[in-house]
Design a protein around this ligand. Structure first.
Ligand code: GLC
Length: 440
């Protein structure tokens, strides 16, 4: 079943082609001129709608940046570019990286990778799978090492929730959910700040300068700790158990377990199923019936983060909720939708934190809606899923492949010709809710 407009699908493929830098795809030219981790996972699924080889290559290029300890960094700097700060020189990750590998950042990002790998694998006919089994198995092993890294490095106390040490690791960089935790981070930096982002897009859509000082303070702190997971954990001034990251990891763990019969072995399948169970139990403990959402936890002060953001619904991606929990979550989502024109916003309009155009403080993201759609399919809420899908596609067909959309007017914001928005269009126009959310 393919819906959507053929010309828009062609245009989506053209965006991916234009952002292709030879086997990896930049999120958008200039503003983000390198390979970003979760962007590439979404992009691989977009490529899989017509070119599985290219989809595998996207993941392989990302895995080239993987560290010997299993971490897959949030940015891989395959080639230099002068249009982005902080570039490779700021991170100082040489001692942790693979010798001869590309330069990378020192942080990570939401692990959509294994979900993308399963998607690509399942999109291939049997003959193609036979021919590409070795490549897929290499990616399976990269994902397995990364998942083990998450559990060891980011949940040392075995709580079932993984923590992020920088807001950039959440992928929802500027979310108001991090405001209180970031306010405790000092603004002193040893690295001179040379912001480039505000030269590419309207400063009103980007973080403030003082926020940037805090982001770089964190980078300086972890670089001084040699990017060693244990030392970072010990010195981190920002440590948040995030439900969006944990939910993505739980779902990706389930997807990796599903791949283990073809690409791994039984022991790994058992290990992954056990890992998935613990993550799901950790997530379930963060459900707050009075709010109708899941909440994160600030480990620095031992307090929940109740700020209303889309992240509170992402656990549907991994959990099979009971009827009353699911009804409460979907009722809350429906309330958020009623206040805006299209798509589930990253912050509800009725929240004091809502800003229609500043990134992660209100705008609609196509990939966020995509994750929520998969979660709604999983929980049998096909009507609401269809509403999100139709709203996301309508936003794109009206404003193009923007980085994000104003939930009140539908206008595009941030960068344009954005790769993951194009990938979302390609996948969402093919998605079949009856076939376990994978298109073919
Ligand atoms: C922004 C987003 C992040 C994304 C990156 C590249 O930093 O917050 O999620 O990966 O842009 O698109």
């Amino acid at each position: 079943m393919v819906t959507g407009d053929a010309a828009w699908r062609e245009a989506a493929r053209a965006v991916l082609a234009a952002n292709d830098r030879g086997g990896y795809t930049v999120p958008t030219a200039r503003l983000y001129p390198f390979q970003w981790n979760w962007d590439s996972a979404f992009v691989a699924m977009g490529f899989a709608t017509w070119d599985c080889d290219r989809a595998l290559t996207e993941l392989e290029r990302l895995a080239q940046g993987q560290w010997p300890d299993g971490m897959i960094p949030h940015i891989v700097f395959h080639r230099p570019s002068e249009t982005y700060f902080p570039g490779p020189d700021v991170w100082g990750t040489e001692s942790r990286r693979r010798a001869g590998g590309p330069a990378t950042s020192g942080l990570t990002q939401p692990p959509v990778f294994a979900t993308a790998l399963r998607f690509v694998w399942e999109a291939m006919p049997d003959s193609a799978r036979r021919e590409r089994r070795e490549r897929a198995a290499g990616l399976y092993r990269a994902a397995l090492a990364w998942h083990r890294w998450w559990i060891g490095a980011r949940d040392p106390a075995e709580t079932g929730l993984v923590a992020v040490l920088h807001n950039w690791e959440t992928g929802s960089d500027n979310s108001p959910a991090w405001d209180a935790a970031l306010a405790r981070v000092p603004t002193t930096t040893s690295t001179p700040i040379r912001r480039q982002d505000t030269g590419h897009v309207d400063a009103a859509m980007r973080p403030r300068d003082v926020d940037y000082q805090r982001y770089i303070h964190l980078v300086d702190t972890y670089r001084a700790a040699g990017w060693d997971p244990e030392r970072q954990w010990a010195v981190a001034p920002f440590k948040v158990a995030d439900v969006q990251t944990t939910a993505i990891l739980a779902r990706a763990t389930e997807d990796l377990a599903a791949l283990s019969s073809a690409l791994g072995d039984d022991r790994e399948a058992a290990e992954l199923r056990d890992m998935g169970r613990r993550l799901c139990a950790g997530l379930m403990r963060q459900w707050r019936p009075a709010l109708g959402r899941f909440v994160g936890h600030d480990l620095m002060v031992g307090r929940d983060i109740e700020t209303a953001t889309h992240a509170g619904f992402v656990p549907l991606l991994a959990l099979d909720l009971d009827e009353s929990t699911c009804a409460a979550a979907t009722a809350e989502m429906t309330r958020w939708l009623a206040e805006v024109r299209l798509g589930l916003p990253t912050v509800p309009r009725s929240s004091p934190d809502f800003e229609a155009r500043r990134y992660w403080r209100g705008p609609v993201w196509a990939v966020v809606n995509w994750l929520l759609i998969l979660g709604l399919h999983r929980n049998g809420r096909l009507d609401l899923a269809e509403r999100l899908r139709a709203g996301t596609l309508a936003a794109i067909e009206r404003a193009g492949f923007a980085e994000h959309f104003d939930p009140l007017t539908g206008e595009g914001g941030g960068g344009s010709s954005f790769s993951w928005t194009a990938a979302a269009y390609l996948v969402l126009t093919e998605l079949d809710p009856r076939r376990d959310h994978f298109p073919r």
